[in-house]
Design a protein around this ligand. Structure first.
Ligand code: SAM
Length: 214
């Protein structure tokens, strides 16, 4: 994601009714205090401009969706797209997912989507990859027993790394995998495309997807 400092982005994020500004305060309380229902919570980490999670929220009103994005300059674009609409089961959090244990309690989340996560190609940065064992450990804490992770990318290096991290992890296992999502009838059923997915698949790149659970 190309980053530009957009003047006013911080203020828009701080004032949007879609954004949860003090997420640590709602740890363990999203259902009761934010959504005011008992529906499952699905999150997308690194939601970018939000096309994926916004579409899912409109399709599934009985699921609560929380999109997490580190940068206000990016989150701003997602807010601008939904500000005229009312989507009560959708919220955004501007936050670095490395600290995700500060904002969700044990078993509070029912599904985690990771879409076209930053690859961090240098070995010394591998712990920052959202599918590294460090992150798998964090996801293990916040995900409900039946919860799972769905991960899509066009980056083969990151995908192979992610498969290895899951295979080598004592708790996680692969449930499904494809190296060409858009030509895999079973795994592509109901697929909602992200901004990056549209861009890279239109350039002819195959899309890789895995689903993992414990
Ligand atoms: N998921 C979107 C898509 O598929 O179109 C955006 C993909 S973009 C390559 C990755 C996004 O993840 C960026 O917007 C980046 O700021 C965000 N991101 C990366 N690491 C993050 C982290 N640790 N916490 C929250 N967001 C993160």
């Amino acid at each position: 994601m190309r980053l530009r400092n957009i003047p006013g982005a911080d203020e828009v994020v701080a004032n949007s009714s879609y954004c949860i500004n003090n997420p640590a305060q709602f740890k363990g309380l999203y259902k009761s205090e934010v959504f005011k229902n008992n529906n499952p919570i699905h999150i997308e980490i690194g939601m970018g401009k939000g096309q994926f999670i916004t579409t899912l929220a409109k399709q599934n009103p009985d699921i609560n969706y929380i999109g997490i994005e580190r940068y206000t300059s990016v989150l701003l674009r997602a807010i601008q797209k939904v500000e005229e609409e009312e989507i009560p089961n959708l919220r955004f959090i501007c936050f670095d997912a490395a600290e995700i244990l500060d904002i969700f309690s044990c078993y509070e989340v029912d599904k985690i989507y990771l879409n076209f996560s930053d690859p961090w190609p240098k070995d010394r940065h591998s712990k920052r990859r959202l599918t590294s064992s460090n992150f798998l450990n964090r996801y293990n804490t916040i995900l409900s027993k039946e919860g799972n992770i769905e991960f899509k990318t066009d980056n083969r290096g990151l995908f192979d790394f992610s498969v290895d991290e899951i295979d080598n992890h004592p708790l996680w296992k692969l449930d499904a995998i494809t190296y060409d999502l858009h030509n895999d009838a079973t795994m592509n059923e109901g697929n909602v495309m992200t901004e990056y997915e549209e861009k890279f698949s239109s350039q002819g790149n195959p899309i890789f997807k895995l689903i993992a659970s414990r």
